[in-house]
Design a protein around this ligand. Structure first.
Ligand SMILES: [Zn+2]
Ligand SMILES: [Zn+2]
Length: 394
């Protein structure tokens, strides 16, 4: 294998030259946050930058106008950088996707010259996928369904956080909607004629609370009542609750889902209600951890003299559509540290993305992604190990 030191040096220089443009771009996204599937300005600014650096860009993918694919080079290996772009209602870039997205397109832009010069024709492709609507739990899932990931060997992105971590777990998630149908009557004059749908919802919550004691520690079940009747003097003939059910692997997720539905069926039988149960939206798969890929990224941290925070808790987790990507191709989602003590989905986190701490985290992501991409594209052994690791877990 050729020595990649020269390439890496050249890449770091290109990345540092781009720093003022990238921080300006990320700050601009902060000032004009756009929520899922409305990321018009953000997506087109990302596409423009990639076009300028020689990528051929297609947009409007998988039925989502703001999704895009940018490609440089041709043939295998085909390595993808994922660019998230959506903001949250009310807290803007409280999840820091201005940093996450800009890190991926910045790494791609800084790699472009090296790849055009050094990569022989048909010997590899760098792909940037603009993946909208992460917060809606769907962008990447729609792109998987449309086959966008089919010819990709591995994918990666970074995400802002309070800590520097490489292994990132996500729980699998299923969203369940329960509607109970009963029969209304005057709650005082003719209570014996009523069938109380709200009672079924209350029994459902109690049954699930009993179920919790018998579940694994990674399982999360949390719900709200979205319809509890109209007035106290009317026995509710309709009541509704929404639940999220999460677990660390697909088998457990399926088993917990069945047990939660059993709770609902039990509540319906107890009260005489009719139950309508639907699974809402797409299943978010849990993150499949690829340790060889994790170690390739750790090598890039070492190269930069950066130390991973190994004390950070790995299990305080939600869910993300990147879990679905990790089930079909090797994928990593490391965290770049913005500042200690801040948590995602807050105003504070959003504000930190445009400070010097945020800019430092952004440039760390640009560099680690680019360095890791160099190893994946130019060193066949690295990718081979990653693929073997993936197959071992099938
Ligand atoms: Zn988020
Ligand atoms: Zn996020």
């Amino acid at each position: 294998m050729e020595d990649l030191t020269g390439l890496k040096k050249e890449f770091i220089k290109a990345a540092e030259e781009l720093e003022p443009r990238l921080t300006k771009l990320s700050d601009g996204f902060y000032h004009h946050p756009e929520t899922g599937l409305e990321e018009w300005r953000t997506s087109s600014a990302m596409q423009e930058l990639l076009k300028e650096f020689g990528f051929s860009v297609e947009s409007n993918l998988a039925g989502m106008p703001t999704a895009f694919r940018a490609r440089l080079g041709s043939g295998k290996p085909s390595i993808a950088l994922l660019a998230e772009m959506d903001a949250l209602p009310a807290v803007g870039h409280g999840c820091g996707h201005n940093i996450a997205g800009t890190a991926s397109i910045g790494a791609a832009a800084a790699l472009s010259k090296i790849l055009s010069k050094r990569l022989p024709k048909d010997k590899g492709s760098l792909i940037v996928l603009g993946t909208p609507a992460e917060e809606l739990g769907k962008g990447k899932i729609e792109m998987i369904k449309a086959g966008i990931f089919n010819d990709i060997d591995a994918s990666m992105m970074v995400h802002g956080s309070s800590k520097r971590t490489v292994v990132k777990h996500f729980l699998g998630l299923i969203r369940l909607n329960f509607v109970f149908h009963g029969h209304s009557s005057h709650a005082s004059a003719y209570p014996e004629e009523g069938i109380n749908a709200l009672d079924a919802v209350i029994l459902l919550f109690n049954a699930i609370n009993a179920l919790r004691q018998q579940t694994r520690t990674d399982v999360r079940i949390h719900g709200i009542i979205t319809d509890g009747g109209r007035a106290p003097n009317i026995i509710p003939d309709r009541a509704e609750a929404n639940f999220y059910v999460r677990a660390n692997d697909l088998k457990e997720l399926d088993s917990i889902k069945k047990r939660v539905i059993n709770c609902a069926e039990g509540a319906a039988v107890s009260t005489g209600c009719r139950l309508e149960c639907t699974e809402v939206g797409e299943l978010n798969a849990p993150m499949k951890i690829n340790l060889s890929f994790v170690n390739a990224y750790r090598k890039s941290l070492d190269y930069l003299g950066l130390e991973e925070d190994r004390q950070a808790p790995e299990k305080n987790v939600g869910s993300s559509d990147i879990g679905n990507v990790s089930q079909i191709i090797p994928t990593i989602h490391p965290h770049v540290p913005i500042r200690e003590g801040i948590n995602i989905h807050t105003h504070e986190f959003a504000a930190a993305t445009i400070t010097s701490d945020g800019h430092r985290a952004l440039m760390e992501g640009v560099k680690t992604l680019g360095l890791t991409a160099i190893d994946l594209i130019f060193d066949p052994k690295t990718l081979h190990e990653i693929k073997k690791d993936f197959q071992r877990q099938e």
